[in-house]
Design a protein around this ligand. Structure first.
Ligand SMILES: Nc1ncnc2c1ncn2[C@@H]1O[C@H](COP(=O)(O)OP(=O)(O)OP(=O)(O)O)[C@@H](O)[C@H]1O
Ligand SMILES: [Mg+2]
Length: 269
């Protein structure tokens, strides 16, 4: 169980995340939705500790042998947390001129010295782990290609393989399909769901399309102006509740229309 307790992040006197509290049981697939600036990325970045909270706590009781206050971790324990709580991003964040294989091996850096990995020297165990991860994402045949020779969808699958070799218990995804076309978006979302189901890895993903969250997630959290405006099963999220999450009150409906867009929604699997 991951417990988020009264988590707050203030930037220049404005709360990007405002007193947010929720629990995520192990193995759940959660979609976080909300308009631009609602605080979705800030929330994920605090969970991964890329950003420090202004106040509040993050507690996790099933990733390490005992319950830990994630928000208080430092040094080696913090690096271990980042390993167990892997993250993928909209822009994939691969090293463009390195081979796919090496990019995935970089996921082992939390466990191994960095230099041998960057030189392409790695143990048989790491090599096996890497190949298996690439196979699961149907990317093993690209192992020796440079990352910058791949399509966006392929790059995201490599980024997910890199996250997998971290042997995470939690996978955070910040708009993982926002830069992809429909076909690749479907492949990537299917992969995340399969990893969630087969490995029991908790997946928490920011998603810009409501329909994607409906199609793939066990639970949807709607954020509005830093606060939680909805938290429930997809079936409980009515259109009028969804409109409230995306509403701004200034007459601007652009994002509502975009979030509801059926044409660009990822096809249901
Ligand atoms: N490093 C930062 N410095 C200052 N303000 C920030 C920083 N990061 C985020 N913010 C502000 O915090 C608020 C929430 O931003 P955040 O990126 O979390 O939103 P989001 O829901 O992920 O939006 P999007 O859908 O556009 O990705 C915004 O008002 C943003 O301008
Ligand atoms: Mg964001």
């Amino acid at each position: 169980m991951l417990k988020i307790e009264a988590l707050t992040k203030i930037y220049r006197q404005v709360a990007a995340v405002d007193n947010v509290t929720f629990d995520v049981p192990a193995g759940q697939m959660v979609g976080i939705i909300g308009r631009s600036g609602a605080g979705k990325s800030t929330l994920l970045r605090m969970i991964n500790r890329l950003t420090d909270p202004t106040s509040g706590r993050i507690v996790c009781d099933d990733v390490f042998s005992k319950s830990v206050e994630v928000s208080a971790l430092r040094g080696r324990r913090l690096r271990e947390w980042r390993g167990r709580c892997a993250m993928v991003f909209q822009q994939f964040n691969l090293v463009p001129r390195l081979q796919v294989l090496t990019n995935v091996l970089i996921g082992r850096i939390g466990y191994r010295p960095t230099l041998p990995i960057l030189l392409g020297l790695f143990s048989e165990e790491d090599r096996a782990l890497t190949i298996r991860a690439l196979e699961r994402l149907d990317m093993a045949s690209h192992a020796l290609h440079r990352a910058d020779a791949l399509s966006g969808g392929q790059q995201q699958r490599v980024a997910i393989a890199r996250a997998l070799v971290q042997q995470p218990r939690i996978l955070l995804a910040d708009e993982p399909i926002a830069s992809l076309d429909l076909r690749n978006a479907t492949i990537v979302m299917d992969a995340l769901r399969r990893i969630n189901k087969e490995d029991g890895i908790t997946v928490i993903s920011n998603l810009h399309l409501l329909q994607t969250a409906r199609d793939y997630c066990d639970r949807i959290i709607g954020m509005r102006k830093g606060e939680i405006a909805f938290d429930g099963r997809p079936s409980e999220l009515t259109d009028s509740l969804a409109r409230e999450i995306y509403a701004v009150g200034d007459g601007s409906e652009d994002e509502v229309v975009m979030a509801f867009s059926a044409t660009s929604a990822v096809a249901s699997h």
